[in-house]
Design a protein around this ligand. Sequence first.
Ligand SMILES: Nc1nc2c(ncn2[C@@H]2O[C@H](COP(=O)(O)OP(=O)(O)OP(=O)(O)O)[C@@H](O)[C@H]2O)c(=O)[nH]1
Ligand SMILES: [Mg+2]
Length: 397
Amino acid sequence: MIEKKKKVSAHERVVLVAITTPYQNESDTTEFLTELAFLTHTAGGQVIKSFTQKLSSPHPGSFIGKGKAIEIASYVKAHNISMVIFDDELSATQVRNLEQIIGVRIIDRSGLILDIFATRARTAHAKTQVELAQYEYLLPRLAGMWTHLSRQKGGIGLRGPGETEIETDRRIVREKISLLKKKLKQIDKQKATQRSNRQHLIRVALVGYTNVGKSTFLNYLSKSEVLAENKLFATLDTTVRKVVIRNLPFLVSDTVGFIRKLPHQLIESFKSTLDETREADLLIHIIDISNQAFEKQKKVVQKTIQEITNSPKPTICIYNKIDAVNALEDENEFDYTGESEKFNLKAYEKQLKKIEDCFFVSIKEKKHTDQLKAFIYEKVKELHIKRYPYNHFLYQE
Ligand SMILES: Nc1nc2c(ncn2[C@@H]2O[C@H](COP(=O)(O)OP(=O)(O)OP(=O)(O)O)[C@@H](O)[C@H]2O)c(=O)[nH]1
Ligand SMILES: [Mg+2]
């Protein structure tokens, strides 16, 4: 029968694998591997080593070359590794072949992300969404899993289960999927009613890559306690808080963070979590400027926002964690040697301010947050007057 166990156990010794291709250069691969290591850490695993291979395209049968797979197999044996995680999505055949060569469990980035989501889901809504995504992910992989399971039972020489059993499982999974979809529809209906019952207030949505400080910012604004921690996907649900700046109340939502190479099953099933974002009057896009890949992360978020919203929305960009950036003090100063690798934050900020509404802050250390708050107040007030012209009492000073 279908087994839905947690994929990564605590302190599991893990090896990571990524490839460089004409579409993903070496520095991209390094960034992806850093992120994959953080994801593994979030899931409770311990990364012992990473392997990379340069390929013109992935091998259809085993993703990486056979020689590389054999090299990994001998490393795995010698270092007591129990799992290998690939940065890209693997087909059922690739998983099966790799498990045969390497001899330990193989999962891919999508499987790992789903695993993290599964352990972090708290509410019925998030749990249902994750479960749906897991079954959608499982469906095309059932055949591969069967071979794996029969081998695990020590069935060397035994034949795997017949086609009929796989078919039975496929049918069960499909039934599960349609049941979960129905359940989600029901939850969505309740949520929509909740949203329409809200007072006439401007709605602001916090968006951003995972771990940039969205929940920390909501806590700062509302003085509430939303879980914020240095792990990926600390937040899976949407939290909405009423915030009051001076005498102006408005609603702020904090939601799931984005990540590159997000499994498409997850985007699909998490669509309704993003309803707040879709319906918001103003977006606040938080960026972690201390992360080397911040510009790419920003683009991924912008692209995802474009996909879920119909028309562009007014947006404020917050470049957070300036306390953690190795920056030059003066905007006219330049690091000619390039040795200290210092970032000219001030010059960069000046340049960006010409093209977008942006603030460079440290939410944690409350650096420049007062100016930011004042700006948010002005923006919300402007939107409020436009939207509710008769509702004067809210913004009279
Ligand atoms: N150095 C520094 N760290 C910060 C700052 N703001 C937030 N953090 C830290 O960044 C980590 C992630 O913060 P969260 O608020 O959980 O981030 P998030 O965007 O809600 O993350 P997810 O919900 O996981 O997507 C936490 O460890 C915070 O303490 C800051 O200004 N500077
Ligand atoms: Mg969060």
